[in-house]
Design a protein around this ligand. Structure first.
Ligand code: ZN
Length: 312
C-alpha cells in the first residue's frame, strides 16, 4: 500500500448566487446583443486524455485479455463530445462568477423557469448555459481530431467517490504517475489519447454581450498576452482527472459575428477577443487570480496514483 499523497485539487468557495432578470428574454434587448461563432483548437497537454464511452471492452491482443473503458468515438474516430466541453467550461464559469452550482450542493440552484413566468431571475451561469426550463444561449459542437489519433491503453489506480464537498473542486495539472509494474488489484485500464493530440470545434453564443464573452473567455482558460489571447492554464475534461489526465489547452482560431441585416456570418478580427477579455462582466477577480495560479501546468509535481488525503 502506497502512502497517502496530497489531494491533486483546489477548492473554490461558492458565494450566494447573484440572480438577475434573464437578459435577451424581452425583444427590446435583442438589438444591443450579438451572436458569436468562435472556432477553437483543443490540444491535449497532460500526458493523456480519457473520455469514457460508458461501457467496457476486452482487448485480446498481446497474450492475456485486458478489460478497458474505450474512448468515445464517432464514425470510428475519437471525439471530444460537446457536452464534455460544456460541462467543464460551465464549472469554471460558475466558480468565476456568483452563480449556483449545476449539481446539487450549496447554495441552492436557481428555480425552474416556467413558460408563464414574466421576469424570471437566474444566475449568470444559468442564463448562459441554461437551467431547468431554460435552454441557455451557448452551444458546443463535438470536437473532431485534426489528424488521425493513436489511442493507448493506460493502467490507472481506481477512483473513489468524493466524501465531502467544500464548494467547487478543480483538479490541478500535475504530471501523470504511471502504475507500478505488474499492478492489477485496485487498478484498471482506460483508452486514452496521448499528449499533443489536437482537436477542433465550434462554439456558438446567441444574444450575448462583449462583457459576457469576456467572462466566458476566462472560463476557457484564456489570458491576454501582448496582442492576443493565450492559454493561462489547461482546463480539465473527461475522466480520470484525479489521476491528472484530461488537461487541454484551448486556442481561438476564428471569430465571426452574425450580421442580422445581411443574414450571414461576418468574419471578425481575432483581436476583438482581447478587447472583450479585458472587460468581463460577472467576473470574481478574487477567484480568477488564485485559480489562474493554482491550475497552471506543473510538470515537476507528480499526481497521486493511489488513495490520497485532502489536507486542506
Ligand atoms: Zn443558477
Amino acid at each position: 500500500m502506497e502512502q497517502e499523497a496530497q489531494a491533486p485539487f483546489v477548492w473554490v468557495e461558492i458565494r450566494n448566487p447573484q440572480r438577475s432578470e434573464i437578459s435577451g428574454w424581452h425583444d427590446r434587448f435583442q438589438g444591443e446583443r450579438i451572436t458569436v461563432r468562435l472556432d477553437v483548437e483543443i490540444k491535449v497537454v497532460s500526458e493523456y486524455l480519457h473520455i469514457g464511452s460508458g461501457m467496457l471492452r476486452v482487448d485480446e491482443t498481446g497474450g492475456h485479455p485486458r478489460t478497458y473503458i474505450p474512448f468515445v468515438r464517432r464514425n470510428g474516430q475519437p471525439v471530444i463530445p460537446g457536452s464534455s466541453l460544456k460541462g467543464a467550461i460551465r464549472a469554471l464559469a460558475e466558480a468565476l462568477s456568483a452563480s449556483c452550482l449545476l449539481f446539487p450542493g450549496n447554495p441552492p440552484p436557481c428555480p425552474p423557469v416556467r413558460p408563464e413566468a414574466h421576469s424570471p431571475h437566474l444566475c449568470p451561469a444559468c442564463q448562459l448555459f441554461g437551467g431547468v426550463g431554460y435552454r441557455g444561449r451557448i452551444l458546443f459542437e463535438d470536437a473532431m481530431p485534426l489528424k488521425p489519433v493513436s489511442l493507448r491503453l493506460v493502467l490507472i489506480g481506481d477512483l473513489w467517490q468524493p466524501r465531502r464537498s467544500r464548494g467547487r473542486k478543480f483538479y490541478r495539472n500535475l504530471a501523470f504517475h504511471p502504475a507500478p509494474e505488474g499492478a492489477a488489484r485496485n487498478f484498471h485500464y482506460v483508452e486514452a489519447v496521448p499528449r499533443g493530440a489536437r482537436f477542433r470545434t465550434r462554439i456558438r453564443v446567441e444574444n450575448t454581450t462583449s462583457g459576457e464573452m469576456g467572462w466566458l473567455l476566462r472560463a476557457l482558460g484564456l489570458e491576454a498576452r501582448a496582442q492576443e489571447l493565450a492559454p493561462a492554464f489547461p482546463i480539465k475534461i473527461g475522466g480520470a482527472r484525479p489521476r491528472c489526465m484530461g488537461g487541454v489547452e484551448i486556442r481561438p482560431v476564428e471569430l465571426a459575428i452574425w450580421d442580422s441585416a445581411r443574414l450571414s456570418w461576418r468574419t471578425e478580427p481575432i483581436g476583438t477577443l482581447g478587447a472583450w477579455w479585458h472587460q468581463p462582466q460577472w467576473l470574481r477577480e478574487d477567484v480568477w487570480d488564485p485559480l489562474r495560479r493554482e491550475l497552471r501546468m506543473r510538470g515537476d509535481e507528480t499526481c497521486p496514483r493511489g488513495p490520497y488525503r485532502d489536507l486542506r
